[in-house]
Write a protein that binds this ligand. Structure first.
Ligand SMILES: C[S@@+](CC[C@H](N)C(=O)[O-])C[C@H]1O[C@@H](n2cnc3c(N)ncnc32)[C@H](O)[C@@H]1O
Length: 371
């Protein structure tokens, strides 16, 4: 018998539990799954507890990972072990995993992204290899079988573990949804990591290969000091860096970046169409949403990555409003589009989005992204 699901386990940035819970409730209710949210402020995790147990794969389908903005990671919650005996925590855990009666391709060890949870690091380093060896010996963990589900072990502390399941391609590829990227030494700002993460988190490999090619053009609105422009210049794209503030001289010296001192809301490109528009201007989210939707819907930019700085108190409502504005702009001429939004690891009080107009085969493009 396949495992039954008790709910969802969701990890988020501490402080964003409310938004993560709200989007989970909406997705679950849309799929006709009733349940209740369990979370607390600044814990970095949310449990959505189903009122009735469910087949775990049906539960996954009801709330695909790409539909989430604020959840860094989500799995279907299948078991909880509490009050594990300090003298032997391993045996009950291994037995509980065996009782699920499935094979897994990967083991993902998770905690909340909080200082409290970080103290578990030493314990997990000693404990997990032992579990992995035992599961491999019992042929439950099959490391080279990539199509098998991933087992998530969410440690609240060393005595309580939640077991979750996900499917490869339908969860964050990074442990706990945390993209650990190397900061390039020559990049003018740390913000460069946000765009690097966005390329990975929001686009398919095919989209990256088609659009991040030498010789193409990018416009960077709100570019200073140049962290985002750097990502394009590094890949050989030409960049118009639009900002009244200064751009790092090293970037200009590289020859790929032209500094345009202008207002990002009114400036028009000398080129009729460019591959990329990116926008990191600190402005009201609705204004940004309208601006980028106009660039992409009118065809002046083929695709766009942009950042929406969300107001503390109304993050969820504001995001909804931005989606509606974008939708309305594309509907003006009956165009279809893809819009993917995520609260990236490198985002703080903001989210990052990818927007592109789609051809008639847009549905296929979206399927690729969801894989
Ligand atoms: C968060 S910073 C951008 C950081 C940049 N993405 C990087 O990686 O270095 C926001 C920038 O937006 C610029 N900005 C704000 N409003 C603008 C506007 N109306 N037109 C052009 N730039 C604007 C500011 O001058 C500031 O440099």
């Amino acid at each position: 018998m396949s495992p039954t699901a008790k709910g969802f386990i969701l990890l988020c940035r501490p402080g964003f539990e409310h938004e993560c819970a709200a989007e989970t409730e909406i997705l679950a209710q849309r799929a006709g799954i009733s349940g209740i949210v369990r979370t607390a402020p600044n814990t970095g995790c949310v449990h959505y507890v189903f009122h009735e147990v469910f087949d775990w794969e049906l539960a996954l389908e009801a709330a695909p990972f790409v539909a989430f903005v604020f959840a860094r990671q989500r799995s279907v919650w299948v078991e909880r072990l509490s009050e594990l005996p300090t003298e032997d925590r391993a045996t009950p855990l291994i037995e509980a995993i065996a009782a699920l009666n499935i094979q897994i391709g990967r083991l993902e060890v998770e905690t909340a992204d909080t200082n409290d949870a970080k103290t578990l690091g030493g314990f997990l380093k000693r404990f997990i290899p032992h579990i992995e060896r035992a599961l491999t010996a019992r042929r439950i963990l099959r490391n080279n079988k990539e199509d098998l589900p991933t087992l998530h072990l969410f440690f609240k502390d060393s005595s309580q573990i939640d077991l979750g399941l996900s499917r490869p391609g339908d969860a964050s590829p990074w442990p706990m949804g945390i993209a650990r990227l190397r900061m390039p030494r020559e990049a003018p700002s740390r913000s460069t990591l946000k765009l690097a993460e966005a390329f990975d988190a929001l686009m398919t490999e095919e989209e990256r290969n088609n659009s991040l090619r030498a010789g193409l053009y990018a416009i960077d609105l709100g570019a200073a000091p140049g962290g985002w422009s750097y990502q394009f210049a590094e890949r050989g794209l030409h960049v118009f860096a639009v900002d009244n503030g200064p751009i790092a001289p090293s970037l200009i010296a590289g020859g790929m970046v032209e500094h345009v001192r202008a207002d990002g809301f009114t400036w028009r490109s000398p080129r009729k169409q460019v591959e990329w528009l990116v926008c990191d201007m600190v402005e009201q989210p609705a204004r940004i949403a309208q601006l980028v939707a106009d660039w992409v819907a009118s065809g002046r930019a083929r695709r766009c990555i942009f950042n929406l700085k969300l107001p503390m108190k109304k993050r969820f409502d504001e995001l909804k409003r931005c989606r509606q504005l974008i939708d309305a702009r594309f509907k003006l001429h009956g165009d279809s589009y893809v819009l993917r939004i995520r609260h990236l690891y490198h985002d703080r009080e903001e989210v990052t989005a990818y927007l592109a107009k789609t051809q008639p085969h847009g549905a296929e493009q979206e399927k690729q992204y969801r894989r």
